[in-house]
Design a protein around this ligand. Structure first.
Ligand code: NAD
Ligand code: AOT
Length: 313
């Protein structure tokens, strides 16, 4: 399959590399000049569970895409949430009436942005429990295991979504075709809505957060706010099941020693965060529905204050 990775950062490098290695025709799109230069000169170098893999994958800056005169079968969206619109605006030339887009970003509401560029029948939503990091330009650090759940948002996209499930699984990405991806998106948003903001403000990894006596109440309260708002969108979250799902991430032998991507963004790299698309999205929806979401409101404000203090960009 001909696949464009829209945002070849940490996660885009993982998906691009694994899909390239399993025989797909992959192109990477990214705006980071040093990353483009390094990948063109040395290939994409990955520390893949301790083994070094070097993959020669074409990479283009967004402004180069229009002159490529190429269209693709699948675009995998893996920018940060606040970068998604600008990315799609610059890669319109890759899209035709058979191109599908799968969105694997964390957070809520990305289909509203993508549907400005492709028909809803061509949009797939997904969530992933894979993780990834970048050690520097052109160098990815890919440890551990994960999975992907995905589904078309309109019935017409079902056959293509099942095909994507197959090629992801062939690439070792452990994909499952979901029968309720919107539920999965909200359930994953609970993982990020609890771990990402709290680990960022507390400057800690997931195990450190999970082993504090006071954390359980904070996490359960945030999950309750997500579940109350989700119910108004006809998504029923089992709060106990979601808490246990979040708690599985505390294990230091699993992803526990990982710093969530929001911590990597703000604390490590001084970048603005995705908080407005996670807890902030629940706060806004809650406000519109007259549902109180005090923990989400407070956590969103704390993260914005920290962005201001650190002069994040
Ligand atoms: P990242 O910042 O490493 O990668 C995003 C890339 O997109 C960057 O390299 C950036 O240069 C590029 N980009 C952004 N706007 C662009 C534009 N207009 N044109 C070209 N390139 C552009 O982020 P990431 O950690 O890979 O996260 C991507 C998404 O996956 C986020 O929603 C994140 O929450 C989610 N996620 C991350 C992890 C993780 O472990 N890193 C795990 C699960 C989900
Ligand atoms: C994560 N991390 O989603 C993934 O860092 O944004 C992130 C993220 C899977 C399980 C636990 C945490």
């Amino acid at each position: 399959m001909k696949i464009a990775i829209a945002g070849a950062g940490a996660m885009g490098s993982r998906f691009g590399l694994m899909l390239h290695e399993s025989g797909n025709e992959v192109i990477l799109i990214d705006q980071w000049p040093d990353h483009i230069k390094a990948i063109r000169e040395n290939g994409l170098i990955a520390n893949f569970n301790g083994e070094t893999i070097v993959a020669q994958i074409p990479i283009y800056a967004p402004e180069e895409v229009a002159s490529l005169d190429q269209e693709v079968d699948l675009i995998i969206a893996l920018t940060k949430a606040n970068q998604l619109d600008a990315m799609f605006n610059s890669i319109k030339s890759l899209i035709n009436e058979t191109t599908h887009v799968i969105c694997l970003l964390n957070g809520l509401g990305h289909e509203d942005v993508i549907s400005k560029y492709v028909a809803k029948e061509q949009i797939l939503l997904g969530i992933t429990m894979w993780t990834a990091g970048l050690e520097g330009p052109g160098k990815a650090k890919l440890f551990g295991t994960g999975e992907v759940e995905l589904e078309n948002i309109e019935p017409a996209g079902a056959d293509f979504a099942k095909k994507v499930t197959e090629i992801f699984t062939e690439a070792g990405l452990n994909a499952v075709y979901s029968d309720n991806v919107k539920h999965s998106v909200w359930r994953k948003a609970c993982v990020n809505g609890t771990l990402n903001g709290l680990c960022t403000i507390l400057d800690c990894n997931i195990t450190d957060l999970g082993t504090q006596a006071v954390s359980e109440n904070m996490i359960r309260t945030i999950i309750h706010e997500f579940a109350t708002v989700a119910l108004k969108e006809n998504i029923t979250l089992d709060e106990e099941e979601v808490y246990q799902h979040v708690a599985t991430t505390f294990d230091p032998n699993g992803v526990g020693l990982h710093h969530p991507s929001m911590h990597q963004d703000l604390i490590k790299n001084n970048r603005l965060t995705e908080i407005d698309y996670i807890n902030g999205a629940v706060s806004r929806k809650g406000q519109a529905l007259q549902i109180a979401t005090p923990y989400c409101d407070f956590l969103t404000s704390l993260v914005h204050a920290k962005e201001g203090i650190l002069k994040a960009k």
